[in-house]
Design a protein around this ligand. Structure first.
Ligand code: ASP
Ligand code: MG
Length: 408
């Protein structure tokens, strides 16, 4: 017998038929003696529908009322699933965030969970009931409804699993696990049996959007074993935990992540004197623009080039601020390039192995790809290259590091 928290995303509860399929799956676990808490999202498309409804009324809707509105999507699915379970003779009880209760701060639309009172759920489980909890919502100390940000149901599920000390938190979605890279880019991409929290965070922050990043952080912090699996097919999915499967010969590289969300700025000819990096990057950060990769070259003639990347959505803001500073510093020129992408190797196996970076650079050189920027961390090596080479780079690296399905 195990205590399991299962989370079903919008597509998994997108129709009555699918809600019934979820109920069948929950029933299987209950029949085998497990205690189950189910967290659900709104039916697919519903949150977006509510957002556009509000947009028809107001261009600047109040965050408080938006939370009241958006939280209704999940209220529908908890009731529907509980009805479906009851119809299958599985006793179930639905809970809104405020009924659990999931207490958050008062940051409407991006609230953070502060505490979960698990008493009522624990009592339900003890009496043989399934608790069906609305994802994505909570309540602040004054009783206002709050929401946790888009995709927040993952976080609800992990937080409840942590509060109940559950054996596993299962995230059911429309893919059957976490892949070595995006299968739409590489045919030979493989599902990983297991991955560590650290690796998953890198993969997720680099655009592998299977799970909300906050949920992974939360799971890592509270050491809740997380499993990503498909609600449409049977399978083991991918287990995300502290360590990888011990009996598996761990490959050095677990996956390849990429994103095309960044743009690059180069400030040419800034004086090579103390404080220059601060003078350039400081105002950019103050403008609330997040800077990712930063590279400063060695000076030959007393001036240097400072290169950094920001999110493409922020490029105009970043350019304006940077041009201002460049003027003050008598820099030669600010160049902007939006046609870049970042490709990264991720793997805890890298920590203890030299030579991975050089193998990466050789692989890219062999297919004629020029590397523009390089950054590394303990478990990741990233390169910035021209966007048009992204797929070629990912495919070549996937093969070179033995990740292709055929190579298994
Ligand atoms: N329904 C919310 C959203 O669409 C929360 C979730 O699906 O996790 O973002
Ligand atoms: Mg979702």
């Amino acid at each position: 017998m195990a205590l399991i928290v299962q989370k079903y995303g919008g597509t998994s509860v997108g129709t009555v038929e699918r809600i019934n399929a979820v109920a069948d799956r929950v029933k299987r676990y209950v029949d085998q003696g497990d205690q189950v808490v189910v967290v659900v999202s709104a039916m697919s498309g519903e949150t977006n529908r509510l957002l556009s409804l509000a947009a028809e009324i107001s261009s600047e809707p109040s965050n408080r009322e938006m939370d009241v509105l958006l939280s209704t999507g999940e209220q529908v699915t908890i009731a529907m699933l509980s009805l479906a379970l009851d119809a299958k003779q599985v006793p179930a009880k639905s809970y809104l965030g405020s009924q659990v209760k999931i207490v958050t701060d008062d940051a409407h639309s991006k609230a953070r969970i502060k505490a979960i009172d698990s008493e009522a759920i624990v009592a339900d489980l003890a009496s043989g009931k399934v608790a069906v909890v609305a994802g994505f919502q909570g309540v602040d100390e004054k009783g206002n409804i709050t929401t946790l940000g888009r995709g927040g149901s993952d976080t609800t599920a992990v937080a409840i699993a942590a509060a109940l000390n559950a054996d596993e938190c299962q995230i059911y979605t429309d893919v059957d696990g976490v892949y070595t890279t995006d299968p739409r880019v590489v045919d030979g991409a493989r599902r990983l049996d297991s991955i560590t929290f650290e690796e998953m965070l890198e993969m997720a922050s680099l655009g592998s959007k299977v799970l909300q990043i906050r949920a992974v952080e939360f799971a890592g912090k509270y050491q809740v074993p997380l499993r990503v699996l498909s609600s449409f097919e049977e399978g083991e999915g991918t287990l995300i935990s502290i360590e990888k499967n011990a009996d598996m010969e761990a490959p050095l590289v677990s996956g390849i992540a990429f994103n095309r969300d960044e743009a690059r700025l180069v400030v040419r000819g800034v004086p090579d004197t103390p404080g220059v990096a601060y003078k350039v990057i400081g105002p950019v950060s103050e403008a609330n623009v997040e800077v990712d990769v930063i590279v400063q070259n060695v000076a030959a003639d007393g001036t240097t080039d400072l290169t950094f990347t920001v999110h493409r959505n922020d490029i105009n803001k970043a350019r304006a601020v940077t041009e201002l500073v460049a003027g003050e510093l008598n820099a030669r020129h600010v160049a902007v390039d939006e046609n870049i992408c970042k490709v990264s190797l991720v793997g805890v196996g890298m920590r203890s192995h030299a030579g991975i970076a050089s193998q990466m650079f050789k692989t890219l050189a062999d297919v004629g790809i020029n590397i523009e920027l390089i950054t590394t961390s303990e478990i990741k090596i990233s390169v910035v290259i021209e966007e048009k080479f992204m797929e070629l780079a990912v495919r070549s690296l996937h093969t070179a590091f033995g990740l292709d399905a055929e190579a298994q």
